[in-house]
Design a binder for this molecule. Structure first.
Ligand SMILES: *[C@@H]1O[C@H](CO)[C@@H](O)[C@H](O)[C@H]1NC(C)=O
Ligand SMILES: *[C@@H]1O[C@H](CO)[C@@H](O)[C@H](O)[C@H]1NC(C)=O
Ligand SMILES: *[C@@H]1O[C@H](CO)[C@@H](O)[C@H](O)[C@H]1NC(C)=O
Ligand SMILES: *[C@@H]1O[C@H](CO)[C@@H](O)[C@H](O)[C@H]1NC(C)=O
Ligand SMILES: *[C@@H]1O[C@H](CO)[C@@H](O)[C@H](O)[C@H]1NC(C)=O
Length: 494
């Protein structure tokens, strides 16, 4: 007969194994379909790209969508800048409408705006449809960051040629994975760009560059700073969920407590759903009401913790958790019941990327994390990715291709004109560049900021530190363009 302890360890292992699957997937899950598009106006165009930029065998072509706005562009002759947002893992219209900063600064720079979509997302599907593109590891094998950046480079060159705009400086923008692409593109294609604003870009979240606990420790800290009791209640809840999940009665009760639409099959599903909410909350812990992933109040973690802490004495841990998480999943009060399986088979492109090159090791440790405890396990990841896609992750590829180890000396010598902007509440900030590397590799860090808040449109509620951060970004971007124009000027005068 298994002792309680053995039983517990087994459960814990199960938990470790399944929990690793719920590691936050950036915003891919949310970025598939734009739900609320803003009033920004652009033309939608399509461009034929090579499916494989790195082979001369004909692997075919695909049609890449890009959005373009030239309303403010002062034209090729006056060297009007081109601001290009590096599309990330989702529908480009969603990113364009959530990047108000770029729209707002375009007039003062006389800039053209360009939003190319990342291959295999939105409408930019190889093989004619998502179903075909996502069929298997052969069809998916052209979904890589290197290919995506090459798409942007090829598009830029041809567009410039068509517009006789070869002399126009290109500034790159991007948030999250898009920020990583912007920084990497600047490092790889310095001849095509004058600089990059990489907002909330965890380009160091690879291999052993930062400790694997970083992400979940930051999420946990965000809750702890609002309330120790809230942190402890969440930490306590996993064990209760698990023991309730051991029998049918308990599962029934959980289904009722959490107002689920369908009967709960395992408590793990519920744990994953809660864990995702906490991670996303940390990403969007903005200082004013927002509607990025979900409609949320300002300081949403504070509100979640109020839900947890302010329930009447004697309220159970799990009821408290329900009150808390309702702030995230049901802030509008319009949700009848909760569906846990929004992304049931996980055939999202980001999961493929995470199983091939974008391996970001993550662990949750007992001292600082409020999440269930687990350790990043390479063997487990290899087996999981083999099962899901028939591929093995290449843990060391990104650092081989783009660097990252010892970046302070390597990029200092080989890179220039990149802003790494981060808000420390954002759990991805721990995997980004938080110190100035050189005169022109600049870290702009805000203590109260969250996931690429600086790229969003300004609001009357913007705190001073955010206004200042954006002002610094504008000043640096202007200096890159000025330097470029001066360089051109002196070249002409020789
Ligand atoms: C993937 O699907 C295509 C088209 O059906 C097929 O030709 C190819 O052999 C498949 N590749 C793998 C690895 O299964
Ligand atoms: C450039 O011009 C050619 C010829 O008109 C056109 O086919 C192509 O789509 C244009 N490319 C871009 C990126 O605008
Ligand atoms: C969402 O909130 C409304 C208003 O408070 C409530 O009536 C409804 O039951 C909630 N939905 C869920 C799934 O809890
Ligand atoms: C890692 O995962 C493998 C495969 O699932 C498993 O056999 C092994 O025990 C795990 N290692 C640790 C340290 O948990
Ligand atoms: C980096 O340098 C800029 C000035 O160029 C400064 O505003 C900023 O605070 C510095 N960043 C850090 C993290 O010290």
């Amino acid at each position: 007969m298994a002792t309680f302890r053995q039983h517990f360890i087994l459960l814990l292992l199960l938990c470790i194994i399944t929990f690793t699957q719920s590691a936050p997937l950036f915003l891919g899950k949310y970025a598939e379909k734009p739900n609320k598009l803003s009033s920004y106006e652009y033309k939608t165009q399509y461009f034929t790209q090579q499916l494989d930029h790195f082979s001369f065998q004909d692997s075919g072509k695909f049609s890449q969508r890009y959005l373009i706005n030239i309303d403010n562009w002062v034209g090729a002759q006056r060297k009007g800048p081109i601001f290009m947002y590096c599309g990330n893992e989702g529908d480009i219209e969603w990113f364009a409408s959530n990047s108000g900063f770029i729209w707002e600064i375009a007039p003062r720079f006389g800039a053209m705006l360009l939003f190319p979509e990342h291959r295999y997302y939105g409408e930019s599907m190889p093989y004619g449809s998502k179903e075909e593109a996502y069929r298997n590891s052969s069809t998916l094998s052209y979904l890589t960051a290197e290919q995506a950046i090459a798409d942007y480079a090829v598009l830029l060159r041809e567009l410039k040629q068509n517009l006789s705009a070869e002399g126009c400086p290109v500034v790159l923008f991007g948030g999250s994975y898009g920020g990583m692409l912007a920084a990497w593109m600047r490092l790889k294609y310095p001849h095509l760009t004058v600089g990059a604003l990489a907002s909330s870009a965890p380009i160091l979240q690879f291999e052993d560059i930062v400790p694997p606990e970083t992400f979940y420790n930051i999420v946990s800290n965000d809750f702890r700073r609002e309330s120790m009791n809230c942190f402890n209640t969440i930490k306590e809840s996993w064990g209760e969920l698990q023991s309730m999940g051991e029998n049918a009665d308990g599962l029934n009760q959980l289904t009722k407590t959490f107002h689920l639409c369908g009967a709960l099959k395992t408590s793990q599903d519920l744990s994953d759903w809660l864990s995702s909410a906490y991670s996303y909350l940390a990403m969007v812990d903005y200082p004013y009401p927002s509607d990025f992933l979900m409609p949320l109040p300002g300081h949403p973690i504070r509100e979640v913790c109020k839900g947890i802490d302010s329930a009447a004495d004697g309220t159970s841990v799990l009821d408290r958790i329900f009150y808390g998480v309702s702030v995230y999943y049901n802030y509008t009060g319009a949700v009848d019941c909760f569906k846990l399986d929004d992304d049931p088979h996980g055939m999202s492109g980001w999961q493929w990327q995470a199983c091939t090159e974008m391996v970001m090791p993550m662990s949750s440790n007992p001292e600082k994390s409020m999440f269930p405890i687990f350790s990043f396990n390479k063997t487990y990841e290899e087996e999981r990715c083999m099962r899901s896609y028939g591929v093995k992750p290449r843990f060391r590829w990104i650092t081989t291709e783009f660097g990252g180890h010892d970046f302070k000396t390597t990029w200092k010598n080989s890179g220039s004109n990149i802003i790494f902007s981060n808000g420390l509440l954002d759990p991805w900030s721990g995997g980004s560049v938080l110190q100035n590397v050189s005169e022109s590799l600049i870290a702009l860090v805000t203590e109260e900021g969250a996931h690429h808040l600086d790229l969003r449109a300004s609001t009357p509620n913007d705190p001073d530190w955010l206004v200042q951060q954006r002002t610094s970004e504008i000043r640096l971007i202007k200096s890159w363009i000025d330097d470029y124009n001066q360089g051109k000027g002196s070249a002409f005068s020789i």
